[in-house]
Design a binder for this molecule. Structure first.
Ligand code: UDP
Ligand code: MG
Length: 315
């Protein structure tokens, strides 16, 4: 099987990308042709509702190095990428977004760094052009929080655009989890990693499919898969509150013994009840976040389903 192993596999998750494909493929050709590499381009159609699949099929007919995995519905980018990783055959794999935010020219730098002997080369964004102040700010907060509580360091401002040696791809295929926070999994596997820096471009066409609600849940996925601190802090918090309650109780006891009963105290009672009730609901909610994810894992459903593939017949 290794006889005609390509040097490079590009992995492109595509969800409603009809506006971008033409530009993407012409740009990729421009970068790849002079490199004189044997390459394949594995496109995952993640349940697109527009003309993406038809366009991909046309490109595949013109050039059989363009291969397609058509998922049975939209599974989300992380799963689409995992599906692609199961099918790539290259010595190195580079996942790249379809909307040309990741400049294809960087492939040359990624490959150069890999030749120096690194197993994974990730591309760190120096800037995020065309993104709102709020998105940049929330992204900063997210990276700083996950940086503090994650069990393994996750490099900030790093997307999925990176080079993976086939060793790393094999390792990633062994990870069985359903909740796939790829940025974290890429770091978790280890190996020799290096960074290169680039300017992230604004989208070429279409709009991001990630709204703030999706991003929030994406952040929760990341934090819950790489840290159990949110689960554990509450026991310390509980000890702290119990200690305060004990001291306050002693104080009230002495005060009553010395000065007798004084009844008013409605406001403080209500505040204490509401405050503690709120804390308890938060802890339940945090537990819920983890339990829901445990439930997703134990159901044991397949990660993705494929409707058909194009270009993998010989394998
Ligand atoms: N994508 C996907 N499935 C989805 C959403 C996005 O495969 O459900 C792909 C999309 O086609 C693109 C990449 O993931 O190639 C990044 O998507 P997007 O630009 O919307 O995300 P952002 O760059 O804003 O993180
Ligand atoms: Mg994008």
């Amino acid at each position: 099987m290794k006889q005609n192993q390509p040097d490079l596999s590009l992995l492109i998750p595509c969800y409603n990308e009809e506006e971008n494909l033409e530009k993407l493929f012409s740009h990729l050709q421009l970068v790849l042709n002079p490199l004189n590499l044997d390459y394949e381009i594995v496109c995952i159609n993640d349940g697109s509702k527009d003309d993406t699949l038809q366009q991909l099929i046309n490109y595949h007919r013109q050039d059989n190095r363009i291969k397609i995995i058509n998922l049975s519905r939209n599974f989300g980018k992380e799963i689409a990428m995992s599906a692609g990783l199961d099918y790539t055959t290259g010595k190195v794999v580079i996942p790249i977004d379809a909307e040309l935010q990741d400049p294809p020219e960087l492939i040359i730098d990624l490959m150069a760094k890999w030749r120096e002997g690194y197993d994974m080369v990730y591309a760190v964004r120096k800037s995020r052009q065309g993104e709102s102040w709020l998105k940049k700010k929330t992204a900063d907060y997210f990276y700083s929080i996950i940086g503090k509580i994650s069990v393994i360091p996750i490099p900030p401002n790093t997307g999925d655009y990176r080079l993976l040696d086939e060793k790393v791809v094999k390792a990633l295929r062994q990870l069985p989890e359903k909740n796939r926070f790829m940025k974290g999994l890429f770091s978790w596997v280890g190996y020799r990693q290096a960074a290169i820096y680039f300017e992230r471009l604004p989208r070429y066409g279409g709009k991001s499919s990630f709204n703030y609600w999706k991003l929030w849940n994406f952040a929760l996925d990341g934090i819950t898969s790489f840290s159990s601190i949110p689960l554990k802090i509450w026991s310390y918090f509980g000890v702290f509150i119990s200690l305060i309650a004990l001291l306050y109780g002693l104080f009230l006891l002495l005060k009553t013994l010395i000065f007798g009963i004084d009844l008013p105290g409605y406001a403080s009672t209500i505040v204490a009840i509401l405050f503690l009730g709120g804390i308890q609901l938060i802890t339940l909610g945090v537990m819920g976040e983890y339990i829901a994810r445990i439930y997703e894992e134990v159901k044991g459903r397949p990660l993705y389903l494929i409707r058909e593939t194009y270009g993998f017949e010989e394998q």
